[in-house]
Structures are given as C-alpha cells and as structure tokens.
Design a binder for this molecule. Structure first.
Ligand SMILES: Cc1ncc(COP(=O)(O)O)c(C=O)c1O
Length: 354
C-alpha cells in the first residue's frame, strides 16, 4: 500500500513498519461469476494481508503515525481483526501494543495477538465498553489511540484498497462495491479512495456502495432506512460486523447515501453458505464477516439493486482461518473411516476408475 504514499497523510521521511500490507489480488473468480450469473464480478482478496485482514492497511498507517509523533505504545479496541493487525504492525516496528477486546473474541484472533506479543485486555461488556475504556486509557497513560471512528487516519489507511481496485481495473471505477459493515469505517475508507481519485481526475465516476450487515446486528442498515437507534444486543456469528452503535456511523451514512447505494441484511446461514460458495468456487477462505459481501450480492440481485451487466467488486475483508471454530460448529467433523479401498469407495460413492 505504500506505493500510494503520496496520497496518504504521512511525512515523506516517516519510517513505516516493514510488514508491507496491500497489493492484494483482484480475483475474476470465473466459477463464482457463473454460479452467481454475474459476468463482471470481482473479489478483492484482502484475506491475503500479513495478519489476514484488510485492517492491516489502517493499522500499519497508525503505527507509522505513532512513530511520527514519538509514541512508544499504541492501543486499540477491536472485535479482533483490528487488534490482530495492530499487534502485527507493532511487532514489526518494535512498538508496544495494548488491545481491548470483548469476551467473544474468536480463538484464532486471540492466538494471533498472543503470538505477536500484544498485551491483551478482555473487557467484560460490549465492544462499545472496550472502545470507551481504550480511549480513556490512551488519555490517561499517553498511548497512541488507533480506535476506529476516533482516529481519522484509519479511513485513510483503508482507502488504499480502493486505490488498488481502480488501478487493477485500469484506472476505472466499478459500478458497485459491496462492503461488510460494523463500525462503518471500512466503507468510508472505500468511499474516500474513490473520491480522492475522482477529485484528482484519475477516474471519471465513483461506485455505488452497498453496506452488508448481519440480520441479527443491523444498526447501520436500520439508520439508512431512517429507523431510530435501538439498543438491541448483537446476535450473529459474524463477530467482525457485530455491534450496536457504529462508531463511524455518521460519516458512513453520508458516504453510502452520496454514492447512490444502500444497505442489506443477510442471515448467519447466508453468510456461512457464501463462505462455502467462495471456498469451493475460488479456493479463497473468507471468514463469515467477509463472506457477507458475497451473501449481500445475492440479496441485492434478488432486490433488483444489482443488474446483470453491473461490474461488482466484493470486498473479502478477513481470512476464514481466523474463525475455523465457526465452520467446525456448522459443518461438524467427518467421521473417520477404516484404511481400506472399500471404505473410500463407500464414502466417496466411487464406482470404478476413470
Ligand atoms: C472481517 C471484517 N469485515 C468487516 C469489518 C467491518 O469494518 P468496520 O467496523 O470498519 O465497518 C470488520 C471489522 O472488524 C472485520 O473484522
């Protein structure tokens, strides 16, 4: 992502962490295209980042900004991916990392944090409680605050994904980008990237942005529909997009409305089915929160909000390896078979050799 450094708010001589995120593939996913009957579909595969999520982009910028301002400790609240990416970026640059995570943090993300040597504080309460405590701790102890929706540079780091998409399409904008939304910071970053390129005259239009949320945790989609906020507890397996009060909500509402897009809800089953569909048609393993962007495309097609000829980019924001426990719970474990050809034949339904 540092190839776009001149479009990032960072001084020319500031050292950046050596991890080097971004530069991820824009996959034409031919088999998924035919499965969804969407010939101009692309998958932006941000599962390929150093810690396995798009959050590596903002976290590496956060660490560079912390170095620039002379901090030695960086903190964040996170459902897991922002924390893991910050842990990795801090480890690579040699800074101390303190993270505030909710009790439902997935084992895969916690394991990453422990391997990266981050100091992990599991906060009893909701993500929002972890967020407020992190902000208070940064003020009290003089730590650099990476919190999403608080630190304005995070939108800037996230925008690099759009700079890449436009460049990979030959400096063009797609018609639509679908984005899984929790706090609404990724979707604002996506908007900002295309807006910057448009204002610079490098692309001639911007995409419609569609926010995808879990049916059991949909405050942003409700707000788009003009519903008042509710204090409902999130109920979803998609931990990355679970939340009751999006921390970048106001900016994201403006960005989505301005783009001419909208929002849709998808069920947990639809996300898991999309995760399997992406896996078996492309070989990419996405976590449920990320697969939401493909589940959302199905829903948008049903609603007639995406046309057959539209060029659509689905953002795959995090790796399935972070949430293997979810699949294990859903698919179960295959029963072992005896080491015999007969057993292989019976299990696979194979009748004769090719
Ligand atoms: C995999 C994944 N996708 C999407 C999101 C949503 O990003 P945002 O909270 O900026 O809307 C997250 C946030 O944690 C995430 O982990």
């Amino acid at each position: 992502m540092w190839r776009y450094r001149t479009l990032l708010p960072i001084a020319g001589d500031t050292p950046v962490p050596p991890l080097n995120p971004g530069g991820t593939p824009l996959d034409p996913a031919p088999r998924l295209r035919s499965e969804l009957v969407l010939p101009n579909l692309w998958l932006k595969d941000d599962t390929r980042n150093p810690s396995g999520s798009l959050k590596d982009r903002p976290s590496n910028l956060a660490v560079a900004k912390a170095i620039e301002a002379g901090f030695d400790t960086v903190a964040t609240a996170s459902s897991g991916n922002a924390a893991a990416s910050l842990g990795a970026a801090c480890a690579s640059a040699g800074l101390r990392c303190v993270v505030f995570v909710p009790p439902y943090v997935r084992p895969g993300k916690l394991a990453q944090l422990q391997a990266y040597g981050a100091e992990v504080l599991i906060i009893e309460g909701r993500y929002e409680d972890a967020f407020d405590l992190c902000t208070a701790a940064c003020e009290a102890f003089g730590w650099y605050n990476r919190n999403t929706g608080y630190n304005p540079y995070m939108v800037e780091g996230k925008k690099t994904v759009s700079l890449e998409i436009a460049e990979q399409l030959g400096w063009r904008s797609p018609d639509v980008v679908t984005v899984p939304v929790g706090d609404g910071c990724i979707i604002s970053g996506v908007a900002k990237g295309f807006r910057d390129l448009h204002e610079l005259g490098i692309i001639d239009r911007e995409p419609r942005l569609f926010a995808v949320q879990a049916a059991g945790s949909d405050p942003f989609v409700r707000a788009l529909e003009g519903e008042p906020p509710s204090d409902r507890e999130p109920e979803t397996i998609a931990d990355g997009i679970a939340g009751s009060s999006p921390r970048n909500g106001v900016m994201a509402l403006r960005d989505v409305r301005r783009s001419g897009g909208g929002g849709v809800r998808v069920t947990d089953d639809a996300m898991l089915e999309a995760e399997m569909l992406i896996g078996r048609t492309t070989g990419i393993f996405a976590e449920p929160s990320a697969a939401a962007s493909v589940a959302g495309i199905r829903r948008l097609r049903e609603l007639g909000l995406i046309g057959d000829g539209d060029e659509v980019v689905a953002l795959l924001t995090g790796s399935g390896l972070k949430a293997v426990d979810v699949i294990a719970g859903w698919k179960g474990r295959p029963e072992p078979i005896p080491p015999s050809l007969d057993a292989v034949r019976a299990r696979t339904g194979t009748i004769r050799p090719r």
